[in-house]
Design a protein around this ligand. Structure first.
Ligand SMILES: Cc1cc2nc3c(=O)[nH]c(=O)nc-3n(C[C@H](O)[C@H](O)[C@H](O)COP(=O)(O)OP(=O)(O)OC[C@H]3O[C@@H](n4cnc5c(N)ncnc54)[C@H](O)[C@@H]3O)c2cc1C
Length: 443
């Protein structure tokens, strides 16, 4: 099902049209996609997401946040902490956190793709940790033994010579004996990685935002955002008028006719085994390294959930018109199964039982889009380029600081769309990014 958006009326005429990010609002195909989303494996072992109402009627609020994933919920939480007097509303088109925030691979480390500052990501990680402690979010967060797997001898040799401090090299023989796979030529085991149960973290975000008094609405898509002071958001059952707006729709942002020339969605598919016993885990060599990343152009991740499902996550590619829905699920499952059979033949035989799709938001230069767009009261935070658990939470915090006028040095990293390269539009996007699924097929 697709809801057509309300026509965007750009207040302020030419000046607003020239504003980066908003220029593309009145053009392009799209509309909010409303098909239901299947649960990821994480939902099996997580508390239920709080059930919240639909948005109905006409309201005026201080802050309206569009998108109820980690970014939107974190922003709502901190905004209410900093400005308890504000009315803060989150509009979520589907169920809360039902997109990337509940279906990612759960790998966390102090890194922002595209930001080279060595210390800000550490501060971001500390903020996420503090949030989990303060709000007592039980989400299996902890250090994760990790492998960066190499598929060629030359890459393995090079990696062995370039080890960073704290990292160790694992030979192909050791991998064969201890990981259940003879596919790799070697691996680096780097320090500094953590693992989290994504759905539990998402539930923790929603509960915390509700606890501090933010109002959350699900099944409540924003259909169009009318720039202006205040801004106006059209929904199927009423209008929300807001002094400030935060767009936290990540990969779905172009479907709102926003940032279409800066960012694009990339589809991912994950396929997991049934729950394995601890004896199976150790006999298959899965009890040693929790996160296993293949270092290649098209990243493949293998990981094990805290309750014992082993899964692969792979890249599917792009779907026309920035769609965030993927139709060929069977094709994705076939390729995922092939990947399993090639890397972990013994495990592929025991059956893959849980499959789930997800989308990540990307930019040409692998740099997030965060900061003010338009007239100054519309903020955006999106395009974490595949690694966004900590950055989404941290950007929610930074955006709230900015909105509440708090003195926080890291808000300087919210640079809007400046420094982004335009990415070719749909026809060329399709030509460049669609064939990825075929490239994933193992030879
Ligand atoms: C398969 C997969 C694996 C990943 N693995 C990792 C990993 O291991 N480590 C890591 O750090 N990151 C990972 N990521 C990325 C990470 O999950 C995301 O960067 C992060 O969840 C982004 O959070 P968000 O709140 O910005 O976006 P989302 O969680 O996508 O939330 C955006 C929300 O906006 C809603 N929305 C969209 N349009 C509208 C509208 N018009 N009106 C109202 N609501 C709307 C959507 O329904 C959605 O709930 C992965 C992502 C995927 C898909």
């Amino acid at each position: 099902m697709e809801l057509s958006r309300r026509r965007f009326l750009v207040a302020g005429g030419v000046a607003a049209l020239a504003a980066p990010g908003l220029a593309s609002l009145a053009v392009g195909r799209g509309g909010v996609e409303m098909n239901p989303r299947e649960d990821a494996v994480w939902a099996e072992d997580a508390p239920a997401m709080p059930s919240v109402p639909r948005f109905e009627g006409d309201r005026k609020v201080d802050l309206a946040i569009v998108g109820g994933g980690y970014t939107g919920l974190s922003c709502a939480y901190y905004a209410k902490l900093f400005r308890p007097d504000w009315k803060v509303v989150v509009l979520e088109s589907h169920k809360l956190a039902s997109s990337a925030s509940s279906r990612n691979s759960g790998a966390v480390y102090a890194n922002y793709v595209g930001i080279s500052d060595p210390e800000m990501p550490e501060r971001g990680l500390n903020r996420l940790r503090r949030f989990m402690e303060t709000e007592e979010v039980e989400c299996d967060f902890g250090p994760a033994s990790t492998l960066m797997l190499l598929t060629s001898k030359s890459a393995a040799e090079k990696a062995k010579g370039d080890l960073e401090s704290g990292a160790s090299f694992v030979s192909s023989d050791a991998l064969r004996d201890r990981t259940g796979s003879d596919y790799y030529e070697g691996a680096v085991s780097p320090p500094g990685y953590y693992r989290v149960q994504p759905m539990k973290l998402a539930v923790g975000h929603a509960q915390a935002a509700l606890r501090v008094g933010a109002e959350l609405f699900e099944d409540s898509p924003a259909l169009g955002i009318e720039n202006g002071k205040p801004a106006r958001i059209a929904t199927p059952r009423g209008e929300l008028v807001a002094d400030h707006v935060v767009i936290a729709t990540n990969a779905h942002t172009p479907r709102l006719d926003l940032l279409r020339s800066s960012m694009y969605p990339i589809h991912q598919y994950s396929f997991a085994t049934r729950k394995l016993t601890s004896e199976e885990m150790s006999s298959f060599g899965l009890d040693r390294w929790m996160l296993r990343f293949e270092r290649s152009l098209l990243p493949v991740t293998f990981s094990v959930t805290p309750d014992g499902h082993f899964f692969v996550r792979m890249v599917l590619g792009y779907a026309s018109n920035d769609s965030c829905e993927w139709r060929d699920v069977e094709g994705a499952q076939r390729v995922a199964k092939l990947l399993f059979e090639q890397r972990y033949p013994a495990i592929a035989d025991i059956g893959l039982t849980h499959g789930w799709h997800g989308v990540t938001g990307h930019t040409a230069l692998f740099k997030q889009v965060s900061g003010v767009i338009g007239e100054g009261n519309v903020h955006v935070s999106a395009a974490y380029n595949g690694l966004g658990i900590m950055p989404a939470h941290n950007n929610g915090y930074l955006t709230a600081c900015k909105l509440a006028g708090r003195d926080e040095e890291d808000t300087r990293f919210l640079t809007g769309v400046s420094g982004q390269l335009p990415f070719p539009r749909d026809y060329y996007r399709s030509m460049m990014l669609k064939p990825v699924l075929n490239l994933m097929k193992p030879v």
